[in-house]
Design a protein around this ligand. Structure first.
Ligand code: HEC
Ligand code: HEC
Ligand code: HEC
Ligand code: HEC
Ligand code: HEC
Ligand code: HEC
Length: 293
C-alpha cells in the first residue's frame, strides 16, 4: 500500500513539473507596440542638417512588421534601429576612409532612406503602373507616402507633443479554446501566433487597421454564433459567416490546404525549386491543430 502511494506521489510530481514546464514554454509573452505618431530623431551627439521626421507608426502597421524590423525574430522585444551593432553610424564613411568592420551595415540615414523612401517610391511606381493598365483612375497615386525631402523634413519644423499609446501583442503560442457554451468535441488549438507574422496581420484580423484595438474573433457581433445554421452545415455558406467553427476552419484550415495544393502542383510539374518555400509544417490533420488540453 505504502509503495503504491509513493508511486502515485512520484507520478503526480513528474506530471505537475512537466505540465508547468510546458505551460512556461507555451504561454505567450506580450510586447507593447507603439500606436500614434512618433518623432524620429537621430541621437543627440550627431550634428544634423535636416529636421526630425514625424512618423505615424499606426498608418504603417498595415505592412508586414518585417518590412522595417527586418531582424526581428518575432519572439523577443523589438530593437530600435540605432541599437548597438545595427545602424549606429549616421552617414556612410567616406570611400577613402579606413574600412570599418561594420562596413556591411548601412548608415542610419541610408537605412531610413532605403526603407522609407524606397517603399514610397515602389508604391508610387506600382500606382502609376496600375493607372496605366486600368481605366486611368488617378486617385491611386495618392496612396504613396512622401518622396520629396520636405515631405519628411519640413522646412519649418514645429515642435509638437506626440502622445503615444500602445497595444499589447501576444507572441509565441496562443491557446484557442472553443467559446463558452460549446461542448467541445476536440481539444483546444495550440496556435503559434508569431510563426504567422509573415502574413499581413489583416489576413486574420480583417477588421483591424491604424493601430486600433485588435478584437478577439469571437467578440460579440463577430464570429459569435455557437452553432451552424439549421439549413446548412457548409462552412462556406454565407449563413455560417458568424459561426465560430466556420470562421476558424475557413481561415486556418483552408490556408493550410491551399499550401498543400500548391505544393502538390509543384511536385507534379517537377518544379522542385518552388517547393522549399512551401515545405513548411502547416498542419491539415485534425490533431495537427487540435493538440491542446
Ligand atoms: C514602416 C516601418 C515600420 C513598420 C511596418 C512597423 N514598424 Fe515598428 N517601428 C518603426 C520605427 C521607425 C520605430 C522607431 C525605432 C527606433 O526608435 O529606432 C518603430 C518602433 C517599434 C517598437 C518600439 C521599439 C523600441 O525601441 O522600443 C515596437 C515594439 C514596434 N515598432 C513593433 C512593430 C510591430 C509589431 C509591427 C508590425 C505590426 C511594426 N512595428 C511595424 C517602423 C515600423
Ligand atoms: C512598406 C511600405 C512603406 C514603408 C517601409 C514606409 N512607408 Fe511611409 N507610407 C507608405 C504609404 C503607402 C503611405 C500612404 C499613406 C497611407 O497609407 O495612409 C505612407 C505615408 C507616409 C507619410 C505621410 C503621412 C502618413 O503617415 O500618412 C509619412 C510622413 C511617411 N509615410 C513616412 C515614412 C517613414 C519616415 C518611413 C520609415 C521609417 C516610412 N514612411 C516607411 C508606405 C511605406
Ligand atoms: C520618407 C521620409 C524621408 C524622405 C522623403 C527624406 N528623408 Fe531624410 N531622413 C528620414 C529619416 C527618418 C531620417 C533619420 C531621422 C532624422 O535624422 O530626422 C533621415 C535623415 C536624414 C539626414 C541625416 C540627419 C540630418 O538631419 O542631417 C539627412 C542629411 C537627410 N535625411 C536628408 C534628406 C534629403 C536631402 C532628402 C531629399 C532628397 C530626404 N532626406 C528625404 C526620412 C526621409
Ligand atoms: C489549421 C488548424 C485546424 C485544423 C487542421 C482543424 N481544426 Fe478544428 N478548429 C480549429 C480552430 C482554431 C477551432 C476553434 C477553437 C476550438 O474550438 O478549439 C476549431 C474548432 C473545431 C471544432 C469546434 C469545437 C469543438 O471542439 O467541438 C470542431 C468540432 C473541430 N474544430 C473539428 C475538427 C476536425 C474534425 C478536424 C479534422 C478534419 C479539424 N477540426 C481540423 C483549427 C483547426
Ligand atoms: C494566421 C492568423 C493571424 C495572423 C496573421 C495574426 N494574428 Fe493576431 N491573433 C490571431 C488569433 C487566432 C488570435 C486569438 C484571437 C482570439 O482570442 O479570439 C490573435 C490574437 C491577437 C491579439 C490579442 C487580441 C486580444 O483578444 O487580446 C493581438 C493584439 C494580435 N493578435 C495582433 C496581431 C498583429 C499585430 C499581427 C501582425 C503582426 C497578427 N496579430 C497576425 C490570428 C492571427
Ligand atoms: C494565410 C495562411 C495561413 C493562415 C490563415 C493560417 N496559417 Fe497556420 N501556418 C501557415 C504556414 C505557412 C505555416 C508554416 C509556418 C512556418 O513553419 O514557418 C503554418 C503553421 C501552423 C502550425 C504548425 C506550426 C508548427 O510548426 O508547429 C499550426 C499549429 C498552425 N499553423 C495553426 C493555425 C491556426 C490555428 C490558424 C488560424 C487561427 C492558422 N494556422 C492560420 C499558414 C497559415
Amino acid at each position: 500500500m505504502k509503495r503504491n502511494l509513493f508511486f502515485i506521489f512520484c507520478v503526480l510530481i513528474i506530471f505537475i513539473t512537466k505540465s508547468s514546464l510546458i505551460a512556461a514554454e507555451d504561454s505567450p509573452k506580450n510586447i507593447q507596440v507603439p500606436v500614434g505618431t512618433m518623432l524620429i530623431q537621430v541621437p543627440a551627439h550627431f550634428q544634423t542638417k535636416k529636421s526630425p521626421v514625424r512618423f505615424s507608426h499606426s498608418t504603417h502597421l498595415k505592412f508586414s512588421c518585417m518590412a522595417c524590423h527586418h531582424e526581428w525574430d518575432r519572439l523577443s522585444p523589438v530593437q530600435g534601429c540605432t541599437s548597438s551593432g545595427c545602424h549606429e553610424r549616421l552617414k556612410p564613411s567616406p570611400p577613402s576612409g579606413k574600412p570599418s568592420q561594420n562596413k556591411k551595415i548601412i548608415s542610419l540615414t541610408g537605412a531610413y532612406h532605403k526603407a522609407c523612401r524606397g517603399c514610397h517610391r515602389n508604391q508610387l511606381k506600382q500606382a502609376i503602373e496600375t493607372t496605366k493598365t486600368s481605366s486611368g483612375q488617378k486617385s491611386n497615386i495618392q496612396a504613396s507616402g512622401p518622396i520629396a525631402c520636405a515631405g519628411c523634413h519640413p522646412e519649418t519644423f514645429m515642435a509638437k507633443e506626440h502622445p503615444l499609446t500602445s497595444f499589447s501583442l501576444p507572441l509565441g503560442m496562443i491557446t484557442i479554446p472553443p467559446p463558452d457554451g460549446v461542448e467541445a468535441k476536440r481539444s483546444s488549438v495550440n496556435f503559434p501566433h508569431s510563426l504567422h507574422f509573415d502574413q499581413d496581420c489583416r489576413v486574420c484580423h480583417h477588421d483591424w487597421g491604424d493601430g486600433r484595438e485588435v478584437k478577439s474573433c469571437t467578440t460579440s457581433g463577430c464570429h459569435d454564433q455557437l452553432k451552424a445554421d439549421e439549413s446548412s452545415r457548409n462552412i462556406s455558406d454565407p449563413k455560417n459567416k458568424k459561426y465560430f467553427l466556420a470562421a476558424y476552419h475557413k481561415k486556418c484550415f483552408h490556408c493550410h490546404l491551399d499550401l498543400k495544393k500548391q505544393k502538390n502542383i509543384l511536385v507534379k510539374t517537377d518544379k522542385i525549386d518552388g517547393i522549399t518555400a512551401l515545405n513548411k509544417n502547416a498542419p491539415i490533420r485534425c490533431n495537427g491543430c487540435h493538440n491542446g488540453e
